[in-house]
Design a protein around this ligand. Structure first.
Ligand code: ATP
Ligand code: MG
Length: 555
């Protein structure tokens, strides 16, 4: 699919640049996360884009931590980000930190002051906002705008030396207070923050603003194509202004539309609230749209890459249906996940003509989609667990599972004929009784019968128990951020349903955290990191079919 699609607009720009010999055809991108949270699926698409373009055009891609805000950034986030990128299958050419450039950025600022293009202002944040003007009215000049170069140099170095309190002074670019683009009305370059930084410690008490630091960091690294999301489109003239005035390497900024997903939220601020207020168990809760959550849930990295490739890149904001991501997950797991049997809602089945104490060991195929998938032994005996929903005492016509008189194949084993059931005093069905046809053994069936239904089972004497965590969407509505009130009002109260006693095949005890299997007829499940050697815990990764699509159709 990806080979056939036409070039996206960034690929067109890049191929044009290569053809024209811009930067001698050199392509260098970067992924610039702010280490203030865990990465989410939106970031994953940005990673695929930046690393993918570098790979496609024999270029390079840097990982740059945009760590210019000391208050929200932590080393824990840096480590998780690196881990997530590697897991997605990418390797950066260089690992850089915007904070490594604090000295250079300071010197650039001094150069702008020397050129009369930056000044120290005493106005408070409120006063600056009040004098910004509006889209229809020009702003007004700060009374400090015409300070001499010497005075600005002096004040700026005093700012750095800690002579002033937070908010007392700022450094502003001297552009035009009547500029039609409000972002160019003498924007802030530096603010004072007496805060400890996760890498530079207490060396600095002034920190550069995003708009000032970002383009200069790109330029220092000689990034050729600086790709960011659409909300920065109006920042591009400022990005260019700094680079032009400083006369440094001309990096270029290109914007594409942020990707959003239905039934979740994506801003790190909101995700942090979900974590801090215990709506989820952590950043890697399997219901979270974070890369770590999806990994824990059992989404394969190839599915995330395929998703990113499939949705492509757009110039307009859009919200992507989460079922598209789930489709990619299913497609990948269908090829790789072993098929195993697990009974989630058990009912006892007794095969009355199968001798007590006898057992068969079947050699079951692991994955019909994978010729090299191998087989595994599956024990069979007189008493089995089956799914409660696979038996009906008075089944309707087209019920091809167990009902009195019906023939059904037990997967990988025999055809059985249902003889009836046993109930307790309250009328609950406690056992289903069947007889089996010894000549119908799977693979060497001479019965001549063809049956419509096949059901899965687990031998009671051999079964192991496991816990299964069934997940559903974290939110009840498509776009919780766009609803009235607080997004948290729309959390789905049934997003996790724990089944404490599920029966699994004994071979499955060999599975390790992170392994994903298909529970036949039930969905894909992944071994959770909370598992112990003796007790496995499974996360439902995704159902076999899109249950929500059906519901919508039913209305
Ligand atoms: P958030 O608003 O979720 O906190 P952010 O933009 O502040 O995200 P950054 O760490 O600054 O997060 O983002 C790193 C890179 O990932 C940026 O280049 C940003 O444009 C990109 N990115 C972030 N969110 C998305 C998204 N939803 N879709 C595509 N790219 C994204
Ligand atoms: Mg950001």
């Amino acid at each position: 699919m990806s080979e056939e699609r036409s070039l996206n607009f960034l690929e067109e720009i890049i191929e044009n640049d290569i053809a024209e010999g811009v930067n001698n055809g050199r392509i260098h991108t970067r992924f610039p996360p702010e280490p203030n949270g865990y990465l989410h699926i939106g970031h994953a698409t940005s990673i695929c884009l930046n690393f993918g373009l570098a790979k496609k055009y024999n270029g390079k891609c840097n990982l740059r931590f945009d760590d210019t805000n000391p208050v929200t950034e932590e080393t824990e986030y840096v480590e998780s980000i690196k881990n997530d990128i590697k897991w997605l299958g990418f390797q950066w050419d260089n690992e850089f930190y915007a904070s490594d450039y604090f000295d250079k950025l300071y010197n650039f600022a001094v150069a702008l002051i020397r050129k009369g293009l930056a000044y120290v202002d005493d106005l408070s944040a409120e006063q600056i906002a009040a004098t910004k003007g509006s889209t229809t009215a020009p702003g007004t000049n700060s009374p400090n705008r015409d300070r001499s170069i010497e005075e600005n140099l002096q004040l700026f170095s005093e700012m750095r030396d800690g002579k002033y309190k937070d908010g007392e002074k700022t450094l502003r670019a001297k552009i035009d207070m009547a500029h039609p683009n409000l972002l160019l009305r003498d924007p802030l370059m530096y603010r004072i923050k007496h805060e400890h930084h996760h890498r530079t410690g207490d060396k600095w008490c002034i920190y550069p603003m995003y708009d000032y630091a970002h383009g200069q960091s790109d330029s220092i690294e000689e990034i050729t194509h600086s790709i960011c999301t659409l909300e920065f489109i109006h920042h591009r003239p400022l990005y260019n202004w700094f680079i032009e005035q400083l006369g440094i390497f001309p990096s270029h900024q290109y914007e594409f539309a942020r990707r959003n997903l239905t039934y979740t939220v994506m801003s790190k601020r909101k995700l942090l609230q979900l974590v801090n207020e215990n709506h989820v168990s952590g950043w890697d809760d399997p219901r979270m749209p974070t890369i770590s959550g999806m990994r824990r849930r059992g989404y394969p990295p190839a599915a995330l890459r395929q998703f990113s490739d499939t949705i492509g890149i757009a110039k307009r904001e859009n919200i992507v249906d989460i079922s598209m991501l789930e489709f990619c997950v299913r497609e990948n797991l269908n090829k790789t996940a072993n098929r195993v049997m697990a009974v989630l809602d058990p009912l006892k089945l007794v095969i009355t003509n199968y001798p007590e104490g006898q057992e068969d060991i079947f050699d079951a195929e692991n994955n019909p989609e994978d010729p090299n998938g191998g087989t595994r032994p599956v024990p069979f005996s007189r008493e089995l667990w089956i799914e409660r929903e696979d038996f009906m005492e008075n089944p309707p016509k087209k019920f091809f599972r167990l009902g009195p008189g019906n023939l059904v194949r037990l997967k990988s084993a025999y055809i059985v004929k249902c003889e009836g059931c046993i109930k307790d005093e309250q009328g609950n069905i406690t056992e289903v009784h069947c007889t089996y046809l010894p000549e119908s053994k799977s693979g060497q069936d001479t019965s001549g019968l063809s049956v419509k239904g096949t059901i899965h089972w687990v031998s009671i004497g051999h079964a192991q128990t496991a816990e299964v965590r069934m997940y559903d969407r974290l939110f009840r509505v498509e776009d919780p951020s766009n609803e009235e009130g607080n997004f948290k009002d729309y959390i789905n109260p049934d997003s996790m349903n724990v089944l404490p006693r599920v029966y699994i095949e004994p071979e499955l005890m060999k599975a390790r955290p992170g392994d994903t299997v298909q529970f036949m007829r039930k969905g894909y499940f992944c071994v959770d990191i909370d598992s112990t050697k003796n007790k496995l815990i499974f996360n439902r990764t995704v159902t076999l079919k899109d249950a929500w699509a059906k519901e919508v159709k039913r209305g």
